[in-house]
Write a protein that binds this ligand. Structure first.
Ligand SMILES: O=P(O)(O)OC[C@H]1O[C@H](O[C@H]2O[C@H](CO)[C@@H](O)[C@H](O)[C@H]2O)[C@H](O)[C@@H](O)[C@@H]1O
Length: 386
């Protein structure tokens, strides 16, 4: 992997090359500077901070249960939030012809593997993968969202061949314990905690653009716990720089009151904003940073920015992954793959149905890579001498 030192002065961050292929170490030395730059929009300038649905969210998902934009416009913000949560985990798919039309627009990355391979030919693939719903199936208890041993093997193999990052809403420590692979990059808390491989037990911190928000996040966590305690099934998860309020085990009739409670707490924290995910509300710092920014940051730190021979591949299932799909689309470089059984509005170009298909795709990608670059000992002698 090619590698180069990068300095991002706007972010108050210096980077120095680590020994080993493709490892760039970013040392956090000015989170406050980084945050003010992000507020000014110095690092790209997408969207405005502070909006209740800033960053991910906002776009209705397709399907029979998703509301039409016009219908949404007149409703209260709470209804919109609840509709978005519901639509992000549709229970029924639309009619077959609607599904077919969607699949033609977002073909299966497995069924169209030859196309994927053609796009990757002569290029350096960089892999980005979301965790929940992508590498692990969605389950009711967030602490039990384990990935299978086979998936772990597939991810391990992928990381042997391509620079690989897990980009997740979870905190890095939690996702590391689930994935159990140290030789990867991890962008936790929706990209607000980026860590790289390390020879020691701990991953190396590369970037934490929201460090100054830690006390306020802790305070909001306590307030949300207090406020939602009385709602059966509600659960607040602390993801270090972000919080998740889980709706999955809450009776649907209580979703609106619960969303109201969350919004009421957030009124005391104007420096935080809300986004929606799969039966979850995410609370995060109002800075212009998301999974898309994390992908850009990692590509840059790995020395892959402004290079036409690089193919970033991002696989994700949730609304927050749309920020990353958008970045790839805007760059005109890379493949976004949405994991979904049902049609959803997306900026991804391909689709996969579920984590099992994700695993098949990863295995296939590694096989393809192995066939294209056999080990020196497997090559014919004449070729070895070249
Ligand atoms: O970015 P991700 O890796 O997809 O993380 C997003 C959220 O994922 C988790 O919640 C989701 O998965 C849970 C376990 O399967 C499920 O119970 C929940 O309903 C889903 O929303 C995680 O618990 C959240 O903290 C993450 O923000």
């Amino acid at each position: 992997m090619s590698n180069q030192d990068v300095v991002l002065p706007d972010m108050g961050i210096a980077a120095a090359a680590l020994p080993g292929p493709g490892r760039a170490l970013f040392v956090c030395r000015g989170a406050a500077g980084a945050v003010s730059s992000l507020r000014r929009g110095a690092y790209g300038g997408l969207g405005l901070p502070g909006a209740a649905d800033g960053g991910a969210g906002g776009e209705p998902f397709l399907g029979t249960r998703a509301p039409a934009p016009a219908a949404v416009a007149g409703r209260t913000c709470t209804s919109r939030v609840v509709e978005a949560i519901r639509a992000s985990s549709p229970t029924r798919c639309p009619a077959v012809d609607e599904c077919d039309a969607w699949t033609r627009k977002h073909p299966s990355a497995l069924g169209s593997f030859d196309q994927v391979a053609a796009a990757a030919k002569g290029k350096r693939i960089v892999m980005f993968m979301d965790y929940d719903g992508t590498l692990s199936p969605i389950v009711t208890d967030p602490d039990m969202a384990f990935m299978t041993a086979e998936m772990r093997e597939a991810v391990r193999d992928v990381a042997k061949h391509f620079p690989t990052a897990i980009v997740t809403g979870r905190c890095v420590e939690k996702v590391c314990s689930f994935v159990g692979l140290s030789d990867l990059y991890y962008a936790g808390s929706h990209g607000m905690d980026i860590k790289g491989p390390s020879s020691k037990d701990d991953q190396t911190v590369l970037l934490q653009p929201a460090r100054e928000f830690l006390p306020v996040i802790d305070k909001a966590f306590r307030a949300l716990e207090d406020r939602t305690r009385a709602t059966p099934g509600a659960r607040v998860e602390h993801n270090k720089f972000c919080l998740s309020v889980h709706f999955r085990c809450v009776a649907e009739k209580s979703w609106s009151p619960l969303a109201e409670q969350v919004k009421a707490v957030l009124r005391d924290f104007p420096e935080l904003k809300l986004t929606e995910g799969r039966k979850v509300l995410e609370i995060r710092p109002s800075i212009m940073w998301d999974k898309g920014r994390a992908v850009e940051f990692l590509l840059k730190s790995l020395g892959f920015d402004d290079r036409s021979d690089v193919l970033p591949v991002y696989i994700g299932d949730d609304r927050t992954d749309e920020d990353a799909f958008k970045v790839l689309k805007k760059r005109g470089q890379g493949l976004g793959i949405l994991v979904s059984k049902c049609p959803k509005e997306t900026d991804a170009s391909y689709s996969l149905q579920d984590p099992t298909e994700v695993m098949e795709f990863l295995v296939r990608l590694v096989e393809w890579k192995r066939l294209r670059s056999p080990s020196p000992s497997a090559r014919p002698r004449a070729q070895q001498q070249k």
